[in-house]
Design a protein around this ligand. Structure first.
Ligand code: ZN
Length: 413
């Protein structure tokens, strides 16, 4: 699989599907001498050329706690874009990956609550609780609609026994008990802009902001955990992928509150708990600051690092970043780097203004160069079908340096 991904399609094109995730596990593939260490090295080599595979980390404490050796169903399996299903308050005997899924999720606009808080942190937390409760009510209403359906309404998922215990039901039975194994998720967007609005700095800029950010996300998680215990339904917290949302929310908020520096003055809100894409920061520090949010977002998360140049010429640096992700407790991550292709001559690599192979410029010839980029977990060969907000976000992405190791105490600016 890795070798054909590395080879590419017929003319050497990078395949944008299927998404591949390499699960890193100590004792299996992480250290020299382990049985599949060669596959880990190969995964790094292929990802440095083709952007896939992404990497998930079985040893992150929040993934390891469910792992039982010899029981592959207890291994973490992220969906390509990031979603994750594992804990199970409905049936603690079945804290497994297969046979379940996310039933629905709704995201909260953190920057809007922060703007309306007018720098009053207590008001912010209070309003956040109100909004969370509102979302929970909505999720429960949706659950009720799904749960009232019969097995014959889901001929594949239930009729074929895909979901846990659905094989024990008749075709006219209600699916409620089976669906209780699924998750109902509350998501969020724009932690960085919310922090800017509340205290004037985001979590990449200040340790105070990082601590407040962790307080906010912990607060949401605790509320959902308590609710799960109370209702015996799996309410989980999602670091929302925000494909359409990132532009939509900021547009509404800019109309309502005007252009606020660092908050509503860009075309997009920053994805979930990410450090803003435009903020210069080293790869190591970004990983270090984002990792603690992975432990809190039990419905899914991802951390990206943007590299300049061609990492396949420096595989040691590539592997070092992956190893650092694991060391810091990242659950799921991947490294972005430029992958360009000239469809006319077939050159694959980094193309500036001129193709290094045939020497043509972008506007010479009938088609331009393909520039593969990753948006919300997926690879795309063109940004044309994406909304302006996501295109602006891709444009603003700065590369993360890997030259200097991060100090363990974040430096205050
Ligand atoms: Zn060319």
């Amino acid at each position: 699989m890795l070798l054909v991904t590395e080879a590419g399609l017929g003319d050497g094109e990078t395949a944008i599907f299927p998404i591949q995730i390499f699960r890193v596990k100590e004792g299996v593939n992480f250290n020299p001498g382990e049985p599949n260490y060669d596959l880990f090295k190969l995964a790094c080599r292929v990802s440095a050329k083709r952007l896939f595979p992404n990497f998930s980390f079985q040893d992150a404490p929040f993934n390891l706690k469910y792992y039982k050796e010899g029981h592959p169903e207890t291994e973490i399996a992220y969906m390509g874009c990031r979603t994750r299903v594992m804990a199970n308050v409905h049936d603690p005997e079945k804290e497994i990956t297969p046979g379940r899924g996310n039933l629905s999720f709704t995201s909260i606009n953190l920057p809007r609550i922060a703007i309306m808080a007018n720098k009053n942190i207590d008001w912010f937390f209070n309003e956040l609780d109100h909004k969370t409760d509102l979302v929970v009510e909505q999720l429960l209403e949706r659950f009720e609609i799904q749960a009232k359906k019969k097995v014959h309404n889901y001929p594949f998922l239930m009729g074929e026994g895909i979901w846990i215990d659905s094989d024990k039901l008749g075709c006219n039975d209600e699916v409620r008990e089976v669906l209780k194994n699924g998750t109902l998720s509350v998501g969020f967007i724009g932690l960085a802009e919310a922090l800017k609005a509340l205290i004037g700095v985001h979590h990449g800029e200040s340790e105070v902001a990082q601590n407040l950010g962790l307080d906010i996300i912990s607060h949401m998680r605790n509320r959902l955990d308590a609710l799960s215990q109370k209702t015996k339904l799996n309410f989980t917290l999602l670091a929302t992928p925000a494909e359409g949302l990132s532009g939509r929310f900021v547009e509404i908020d800019r109309k309502r509150f005007g252009s606020i520096e660092g908050v509503t003055d860009r075309e997009y809100y920053t994805n979930s708990f990410h450090i803003p894409v435009y903020y210069p920061i080293s790869a190591y520090k970004k990983i270090q600051l984002e990792a603690p949010y992975h432990a809190l977002t039990n419905a899914g998360h991802i951390t990206y690092v943007e590299l300049d140049g061609d990492p396949s010429t420096n595989l040691d640096a590539f592997e070092k970043i992956i190893r650092y992700m694991k060391a810091q407790g990242i659950g799921y991550g991947s490294i972005n780097h430029p992958v360009d292709r000239d469809p006319i001559c077939g050159y694959n690599g980094i193309i500036g203004d001129t193709c290094p192979k045939c020497g043509r410029k972008e506007d010479e010839g009938e088609v331009g160069f393909q520039r593969i980029r990753r948006i919300t977990g997926y690879l795309v060969g063109t940004l044309d079908r994406f909304n302006n907000a996501k295109r602006a976000e891709v444009r603003d992405r700065v590369k993360h340096s890997v030259v200097t190791e991060v100090k363990l105490t974040p430096k205050e600016d």
